[in-house]
Design a protein around this ligand. Structure first.
Ligand SMILES: [Zn+2]
Length: 322
């Protein structure tokens, strides 16, 4: 009998491979959860944490039994009141430096307050500098038995091999638009109409989290950049070279965006390609083109961050994808 994933873990849709760890025979002391914004990395981390401290937990049953979502510990976790979950983040900076990571070292050996375990959730772990990663390595190598780490990242490519070898890597699943529409309609259909949910799913890049954010705040200025990225990728995939170069000139360069806005637009473009790749009707030829585009975007992003001329970088990016 097929397991109904929606009931299997209350807050995490799909992601059957991650759910498999709940029937496994061991728990890792460190997990790397990899996926774009809104793909459920936090939810997955919180479900694992809840499983470990849930009041209904029976140690003899399984290392990671399903959490009840009802007991005081579960409720605190999902309402963000659990004091033994320590968040490390970069406060919107472009990197996550060693100072933030040192906060872990300073508190690593302090016993947990609420239960028998303490959890560090490192946000944007892909932005850690090498120095920060090396500092983290010391804590990851020999943590006290009551400590667990969750490294949330958009891509594990930026993490050092030494970090990756000490953690269990789990990739978040991206969903097809029709699956998102059906899930969101079932959960939030009384709040939003059909067209709104459909539009939100088109802006979701295959993630439930982004669909819900769009529904909650469709006028967020961020969506202007996101929509631009979606149109750009569609143009790049389907139109001629000269038409795409014209798009770059008229719709991107003419907007005189800041360095961060361009990078954000390129990130959204990567997300859009990522979610298109999961679509069942994508041909092999399209996938080949997508991979070339991904490569060109990654090179362009590095050049933009190194302050190269934006116009030159964007034109070469399109030409590089031929
Ligand atoms: Zn519980």
């Amino acid at each position: 009998m097929a397991v109904n994933n929606r009931m299997f873990l209350k807050y995490l849709y799909g992601n059957s491979r991650i759910k498999e760890i709940f029937s496994g025979s061991s728990v890792s002391h460190a997990y790397i959860l990899e996926g774009p914004k809104g793909s459920g990395k936090h939810t997955a981390a919180l479900e694992i944490i809840a499983s470990l401290v849930c009041f209904t937990r029976n140690d003899s049953e399984s290392p990671l039994p399903l959490p009840c979502h009802e007991c005081p510990a579960c409720k605190k976790i999902f309402n963000n009141h659990y004091v033994d979950i320590i968040y490390i983040d970069n406060n919107d900076k472009t990197t996550l430096g060693v100072d933030q990571i040192r906060k872990i070292k300073d508190t690593l050996y302090t016993s947990p307050n609420e239960g028998s375990k303490k959890f560090y959730i490192i946000e944007n772990a892909h932005l850690m500098t090498d120095e920060a990663q090396n500092a983290l390595l010391l804590s990851l190598e020999e943590p006290p038995s009551f400590v667990m780490f969750f490294l949330l990242c958009e891509s594990s490519d930026n993490l050092l091999d030494t970090i990756k070898s000490r953690a269990h890597i789990m990739k978040m699943e991206l969903f097809k638009e029709e699956d998102i529409v059906s899930y969101v309609t079932e959960r939030y259909g009384s709040l939003y109409d059909e067209n709104m949910i459909k539009k939100a799913s088109q802006n979701s890049f295959g993630t439930i989290g982004r669909t819900i954010s769009y529904l909650e705040n469709p006028n967020n200025p961020e969506y202007e950049i996101q929509n631009l990225a979606i149109s750009f990728v569609e143009n790049w995939m389907e139109h001629t070279l000269s038409e795409t170069l014209a798009f770059v000139s008229n719709d991107i360069i003419a907007k005189k965006m800041t360095k961060n806005e361009i990078c954000s637009m390129l990130d959204y473009s990567l997300n859009k390609i990522g979610s298109s790749m999961t679509s069942s009707n994508t041909s092999k030829q399209s996938v080949k083109k997508m991979l070339k585009i991904v490569n060109a975007i990654n090179i362009a992003k590095e050049q933009i961050l190194s302050n190269c001329n934006q116009m030159v970088v964007l034109y070469s990016m399109v030409l590089n994808s031929i």
